[in-house]
Design a protein around this ligand. Sequence first.
Ligand code: FAD
Length: 231
Amino acid sequence: MIKKVLCMSALVSSIAVASKGEFIGSGKGYNGEIKVKVSGENNQIKEIEVIKHEESGFTRRAMKKISDEIITTQSLDVDNIAGATYTSEGLKEAVAKAIASSGIILNKVAVKNKMTSEYKDIDTDVVVVGGGGAGLAAAIAAKENGARVILLEKMPMVGGNTNYATGGINAADTSVQKKLGIEDSAELYYNDTMKGGKNLNDVSLVKKLTQESKYAIDWLISKGTDLTEVS
Ligand SMILES: Cc1cc2nc3c(=O)[nH]c(=O)nc-3n(C[C@H](O)[C@H](O)[C@H](O)COP(=O)(O)OP(=O)(O)OC[C@H]3O[C@@H](n4cnc5c(N)ncnc54)[C@H](O)[C@@H]3O)c2cc1C
């Protein structure tokens, strides 16, 4: 009897020892391999670091969000991020492979933090519905002008279609063009846009777009956007 107890305790301690350390695993993302380093201790995942990936744009944020949720819930039973399904799956696969021989045993079902079902009234000056480029810009501008702002986004991550826009942003007569010695004007941009729209465009909107686009560029740059490449 005594022998049996000793054996069990030896087994338990060997798991505890094995589960402390750093473990590497990889999975298949949307663009290629996702490789992670998982740090574990006391039979728990403490940290997940993506050490290699080829995912693009906002899906990188998805990896961070999924990683955080795996750590919080100590489970791989976490929802994929809409719009980044393959990335989410690839990351979870990588973590699963990393811990496969680590001794860490995750929860089969995510133990989520208790959600509160209490509602309370919040005072605000502005409510922005939708956290794409337009909503984010509106919310930031309102906040900069002293308003209290609540931004509501229905998806698990902000960004909307703006997350997928990678080609560039049209603007004329910008400070960036000036620096590069490129001659351009709001008028050229206006004519080009009207032509592109077979002259069916809303003239007042096109005027607003073409005359004020340069200010949008400066504003985006002031927020840290890299728009130095002109094509
Ligand atoms: C693949 C792709 C490539 C593109 N490339 C370019 C490009 O290179 N250059 C360019 O200028 N444009 C490009 N575009 C177009 C550009 O992305 C869009 O014109 C722009 O992002 C629209 O911004 P938005 O904020 O109006 O809408 P969105 O970015 O779509 O944001 C709307 C947000 O509102 C949220 N929402 C909707 N309903 C609700 C609700 N009831 N409650 C809470 N939230 C809600 C949505 O989830 C979303 O996050 C591209 C678009 C795509 C799809």
